[in-house]
Structure formats: structure tokens, C-alpha cells
Design a protein around this ligand. Structure first.
Ligand SMILES: Nc1nc2c(ncn2[C@@H]2O[C@H](COP(=O)(O)OP(=O)(O)O)[C@@H](O)[C@H]2O)c(=O)[nH]1
Ligand SMILES: [Mg+2]
Length: 196
């Protein structure tokens, strides 16, 4: 029992107002890719994070506390078409404030759609994280949508090549079917349990 004890901590639209944490896993990805569903599956909880069929719902940073100062952060999704230039700019500032300016130890999970594959926006995010020297891993969600003949190992290999990261930093999961979470949970627990 560790991730299972995760509780909702707060929703914040201004990352500068967030208190200090010890370490945090930040989930980022396109709107509707299943970030909230991944949080629920990761913590073996049904309704910890609110999921939605309509993209673009989450407009705030949702913080979940696994234990004191050890957080999982659900960022608003990117790539939602019906968003004004002003909103996009607000999103960028929010993300920068949350990821680049806060000093806590952090790692980012970029959630991508295993079926449609990574998008340009996912690559942009990865590139920016590289520039900021913030480590990231890739979580390919919705694997249940893949045809049965897809070789998962090959898919992971391809994704690791696209993002130029080691294969061990790529995870294939289905938040819907709750598959592939053993490895991801182990990774999250290892990161969050590190000494401060
Ligand atoms: N097929 C499939 N659908 C999923 C999976 N994970 C999430 N979804 C669906 O994708 C939609 C968006 O999920 P949500 O977690 O709210 O995405 P978010 O906007 O990234 O937080 C919902 O309709 C979910 O039921 C998955 O692993 N497989
Ligand atoms: Mg969400």
C-alpha cells in the first residue's frame, strides 16, 4: 500500500501558488489521451481523478498527494482544438511555472496514445523538457485499441527511438483494461519513495 493511499490535494490554476513538495511525478499529454484514467489506474482507484469523454475539460493543475510532499500532478492537456491563442498562452505560462520554475525533484510522464502514436505536440514537449534538463518518460496508453498482432516490444522500441530515450523509460499500458501497470507502478513508487 503506497500509491493506493493517494488523495486529491488541490486544484490550482496558478502554479506559483503551490506549496513546496519533496518530489513529484507530472503527467502531461494531449487532451483526452487518458491522463486522469492513468492516475486512477496507477493508484488502483476508481474516481480519484475525474475522467471525461469531452476533451479539454481540465483547465487547472490537479495535485494528488501520495504521502506528505510526494505528489502526482495532472496537468491540463494540450492540443485541444477549440482553444483561443490567449488560452494557449495561459497554458504555456502555467506549464512553465509548474515544470521549469518549481524546484522540487520531478519527473514527467508524457502520456501518448499508443494507437495513433506520438504527435508533434508530444515531441515539442519532449524537446522543451530536454532543454530544461527535466527527465521524462513515455507512457503509451490505450494499448487495448491496438490490433492483436502488434508486437508490443517492437512498439516500445520504436517509441524509444522517436523520443531518443532508453527503452526502459517507455511503458505500454491500458488504463481501461488496467494492463501494463506493474512496471509503471514500480517506477512511480521508486521515484516517489526516494529520500528528500
Ligand atoms: N480505449 C481506451 N480508452 C481510454 C483509455 N484511457 C482513457 N480512455 C478514455 O479516453 C477518454 C479521456 O480520458 P481521460 O482520462 O479523461 O483523459 P485526459 O483528458 O487525458 O485526462 C475517456 O473517454 C476515457 O474513458 C484506455 O486505456 N483505452
Ligand atoms: Mg483529465
Amino acid at each position: 500500500m503506497f500509491l493506493e493511499k493517494t488523495e486529491f490535494f488541490r486544484a490550482e490554476s496558478d502554479a506559483a501558488k503551490l506549496p513546496k513538495s519533496i518530489c513529484e511525478i507530472i503527467l502531461s499529454g494531449r487532451s483526452n489521451v487518458g491522463k486522469s484514467s492513468v492516475i486512477n489506474a496507477l493508484c488502483s482507484r476508481k474516481n480519484l481523478a475525474r475522467t471525461s469523454k469531452t476533451p479539454g475539460r481540465t483547465r487547472s493543475i490537479n495535485v494528488y498527494s501520495v504521502s506528505m510532499g510526494r505528489w502526482i500532478i495532472d496537468l491540463p492537456g494540450y492540443g485541444f482544438a477549440k482553444v483561443s491563442a490567449k488560452e494557449k498562452e495561459l497554458w504555456r505560462v502555467m506549464i512553465e511555472e509548474c515544470i521549469a520554475r518549481r524546484k522540487s525533484k520531478k519527473t514527467v510522464y508524457i502520456i501518448i496514445d499508443a494507437f495513433t502514436g506520438p504527435s508533434e505536440l508530444d515531441f515539442n514537449m519532449a524537446e522543451w523538457l530536454n532543454e530544461c534538463k527535466i527527465p521524462f518518460k513515455i507512457v503509451a496508453n490505450k494499448c487495448d485499441k491496438l490490433p492483436a498482432n502488434v508486437d508490443l516490444s517492437e512498439l516500445l522500441e520504436k517509441i524509444s527511438m522517436y523520443f531518443e530515450i532508453d527503452k526502459e523509460f517507455v511503458f505500454a499500458v491500458s488504463a481501461r483494461k488496467k494492463t501494463g501497470f506493474d512496471k509503471l507502478k514500480a517506477d512511480a513508487v521508486k521515484f516517489l519513495k526516494q529520500a528528500s
